[in-house]
Design a protein around this ligand. Structure first.
Ligand code: 7GP
Length: 832
């Protein structure tokens, strides 16, 4: 072997500073093709990422081989979204070589932070649902669970948000522009996925009626694999993302001019399937391309899962013992019909046997109760795009409804609610009902949300299948959201209780007794202050705003949605601004209101609220009469990377959704873990956070989900009366409606005022306003007592152990998937 090559072979594994440094130089020259003098920061990022990836590959193969050898039961997490963020610091940290890498770069005259900052943020998701999938990948790998992620390799991730005159504008997010050093293209892993065409009936070999799908268009799904590094680097799992490729049919044959150009156009069109992520969060747009994306990745994933299963098995009877498929919301729910098609049409199983296998294999997680987000595809479209699947759905439905009728299930009204087809208006396929029926377990994502599922969307199904619905309260990975994002606090925690908390977050409970320790409090405050300085510098860079590090950092970061009630927060901001101006001699606790979050491009009301916040910021931030006491900041382009800077710096966490509407929330967990005190409604996982941190260490306000329900059932309320009786609310709304914040367009905010008054205030902003202000006042008052504040902040951090996604994933593993950890055998430890 060539001497130089051999030296690279050895370098490849070394984890010490010298070895890392040498391998960086090798990679820079031989793979990036640059000289150290000419290399840009981005070149160095690619260099370091490739060198790190090298150190992962052997263990990755060991892991995969171990699963194969043991024929372990795998779990397949099917998700249209994976909101990954950056991977460099994450991989280094999970491999335990972050300091070595920092030093190696130091010796090359480079800053690790600069290099890490050159990595694009992989935003293949919209919000909570996508980030949860990414946390689950980390937790599965960290616990040695054989878990695979399956999704789409979007060429364009979630749009980049910029503000122009305070309005959100969207720009394409080109994360793949300079290549992606983490992924391995697998041009040999290709599956055909079909669309359109028609169904032919025929008689099979034993004379039974059978069907085949013919004359369909074909697209190929090509795999790209990204290693998922578990904490400690022992288990490396796989995230497999599909990219659309035109079939090669196009290369063959002979074209005249017109046909040639048509064929090329066709190729481009079919590759559009994986071009772009739909930017709607919790709203269904009903676009055919979206439906095709869902089927595209689901079909490819199922074909891949069956191929892997068939390496060890000849019959499908054991499929449920070897594969658990989790549907992340209904986006992959067409998979239920697809598995039936694969088993019945392609593998000639009998219907009933196939149905048993399908149901035992799938499980479904619901992430929202918002009616506009419950997918329901027009029957006419499903029929056209997936004609065979439409037949299969009809068949599933007929058998189910007949059986229900025979068992004497309820009246016709109930049967029509249970039906997979919504017969009102243009007929639609209810994907939630399909997912429920085709799964052995169905879960919500917080205790309250799961209860509400039983009472509302799935009430009828719950009556029919009382054991199917179960709760799995969400969690977050402590690796990314504490260890990496908050090194100041992590180091402090580790100095007192050791580093066991990183893989067993419950151990963080040992900090509770430190809440009364004055020295510890002082150090806790110092860590927070360091993070606030870091955020202040980031704000200055991003928006030019100067903020006071000693002010309360009051943070609301999440997607923009009316139910999340950023409007309530900005109304309080205006009220506080007025109070400060009215009482200039009072010594105010300075407050910095920090907002960040994207709105769906077509969600006009959400975009108008962004503009309102920016308009309020402009007035408040330039008013010398409140000077340093109040600042309002809207950080553009919120994403995982920004969250990692914002969350560790927060004093207050705003979790103020209308009760009953936020399924769980996970930002609430990240903020509390990082020592922010929550101001929140009894909604989603806030309820459980209160139970864990204790009612004295959280500011709860507002109506409960039951009260909201009763109020709505009784025909609502009169917001005009509420406004009239609350002078501070009335004044804030008057200022907005008379153009104090929009002198250039005094009518700009009429749609908001309209929604809050004649519109009936559906999200109960006015109804909760007074109690929200009371909670805000209480928080501000407490902040004056810095010792007491710190004590509560420590108790928050110390009480969040249960909210680790390790706990969540373990519950899924035990109660839904029945999968067990596999200890990979590494080379030199017995294999071969
Ligand atoms: C979100 C929920 O809104 C949030 O409360 C929850 O924490 C998160 O899922 C994870 O479970 N839902 C979505 O992001 C979403 O797009 C539509 O739901 C299907």
């Amino acid at each position: 072997m060539d001497a130089r090559y051999k030296s690279r072979e050895i370098e490849r594994r070394s984890l010490d500073v010298d070895g890392l440094k040498r391998s960086f130089l090798e990679w820079l020259v031989y793979s990036v093709g640059k000289d150290a003098r000419a290399a840009t920061r981005r070149d160095w990022f690619h260099t370091v990422a490739l060198a790190v990836r090298d150190r992962v590959v052997d263990r990755w193969m060991d892991t995969t081989r171990s699963y194969y050898h043991e024929d372990a039961k795998r779990v397949y997490y099917l998700s249209l979204e994976f909101l990954i963020g950056r991977l460099l610091t994450n991989s280094l940290s999970n491999l335990g070589i972050i300091n070595e890498c920092r030093q190696a770069l130091d010796r090359l005259g480079l800053s690790m932070d600069d290099v890490a900052d050159s990595e694009p943020d992989a935003a293949l998701g919209n919000g909570g649902l996508g980030r949860l999938a990414a946390c689950f990948l980390d937790s599965m790998a960290s616990q040695g669970l054989p878990g695979y992620g399956y999704g789409i390799r979007y060429e364009f991730g979630l749009f980049e948000q910029r503000f122009e005159h305070g309005w959100q504008v969207e720009y394409p997010e080109q994360w793949l522009q300079f290549g992606n050093p983490w992924e391995f293209a697998r041009p040999e892993v290709l599956y055909p996925v079909q669309f359109y065409g028609r169904v032919e009936e025929f008689r099979d070999s034993v004379g039974e009626r059978a069907y085949r799908w013919v004359d369909a268009d074909r697209v190929l799904a090509m795999a790209y694999d990204t290693p998922v590094v578990g904490y400690g680097g022992d288990t490396i799992n796989t995230l497999r993302l599909w990219s659309a490729r035109a079939t090669r049919d196009f290369n063959f044959g002979h074209f005249n001019d017109g046909a040639y150009m048509k064929a090329v156009e066709q190729k481009i069109l079919s590759e559009n399937l994986s071009r772009v992520l739909y930017p709607n969060d919790a709203t269904e747009t009903g676009k055919e391309l979206r439906f095709k994306q869902e089927y595209f990745f689901t079909s490819a994933s199922l074909q891949d899962i069956l191929r892997r299963y068939l390496q060890h098995h000849t019959s499908f009877d054991n499929l449920p013992n070897k594969a658990a498929i989790q549907l992340n919301d209904t986006h992959p729910a067409i998979g239920i019909a697809e598995l039936m098609r694969l088993l019945v049409d392609q593998h000639a199983l009998r219907w009933d046997a196939a149905w048993e296998i399908t149901r035992a294999t799938f499980a479904y997680t619901n992430h929202t109760l918002l009616p506009e987000a419950l997918e329901a595809w027009p029957v006419r479209m499903v029929e056209r795009v997936l004609p065979r699947h439409m037949q299969i759905i009809y068949e599933i439905n007929a058998k189910f409804l007949n059986r229900s009728k025979a068992r004497g299930t309820g009246d016709n009204a109930k049967l029509s609610r249970l039906s997979l087809i919504d017969e009102r208006g243009d007929r639609r396929v209810r994907m939630g009902n399909l997912a429920f029926l085709g799964s052995h377990k169905v879960n919500g994502v917080s205790a309250l949300h799961t209860d509400l599922m039983k009472q509302t969307v799935f009430a009828d199904f719950h009556e029919e299948f009382p054991d199917r619905i179960n709760n799995k309260t969400n969690g977050i990975t402590p690796r990314r959201w504490l260890k990496q994002a908050n090194p100041a606090l992590s180091e402090l925690i580790t100095s007192r209780i050791g580093e066991g908390w990183i893989s067993d977050l419950e151990q963080i409970g040992a900090l509770k007794e430190k809440a009364d320790d004055l020295v510890f409090r002082e150090e806790f405050r110092r860590a927070k202050r360091k993070n606030k300085k870091r955020l202040a510098a980031y704000i200055a860079r991003q928006t030019g705003d100067e903020v006071q590090v000693d002010s309360i950092f009051d943070v609301q970061v999440k997607r923009m949605h009316e139910y999340k009630r950023q409007l309530l927060n900005v109304l309080h901001t205006v009220a506080l601004y007025n109070e400060m101006r009215d009482n200039p001699t009072v010594s105010w606790v300075p407050v910095t209101k920090i907002f960040a979050g994207k709105a769906a491009p077509s969600y006009h009301m959400a975009k108008l609220i962004i503009k309102l916040i920016n308009d309020v910021a402009k007035v408040v931030n330039h008013d010398p009469s409140v000077h340093d006491n109040l600042k309002v900041v809207y950080l553009p382009n919120y994403n995982v990377t920004a969250a990692e800077i914002i969350i560790p710096a927060a004093d207050i966490s705003e979790q103020i959704s209308t009760a009953g509407m936020e399924a769980s929330g996970t930002g609430n967990m990240k903020l509390a873990l990082n020592g922010a005190l929550t101001i929140g409604t009894l909604d989603g996982a806030n309820v459980e956070i209160r139970e864990h941190v204790g009612p004295d260490n959280i500011f709860i306000f507002g109506m409960t989900a039951d009260e909201v329900n009763d109020l709505r059932a009784s025909g609502g309320f009169n917001p005009r009366e509420v406004i009239a009786s609350n002078p501070s609310l009335k004044r804030a709304l008057d200022m907005i409606s008379t153009g104090v914040f929009s002198p250039d367009d005094r009518n700009r905010y009429h749609p908001i005022l309209q929604a809050l008054t004649d519109g009936g205030d559906h999200f109960l902003v006015t109804a909760d306003f007074a109690d929200y202000c009371r909670a805000q006042d209480a928080a501000m008052e407490l902040y004056r007592d810095s010792e007491e504040w710190t004590r509560k902040a420590i108790l928050n951090t110390a009480s969040m152990g249960w909210f680790s996604s390790d706990r969540t994933v373990n519950e899924y593993a035990k109660e839904i998937w029945d999968v067990h950890p596999v200890k990979p055998v590494h080379e030199g430890e017995g294999f071969r």
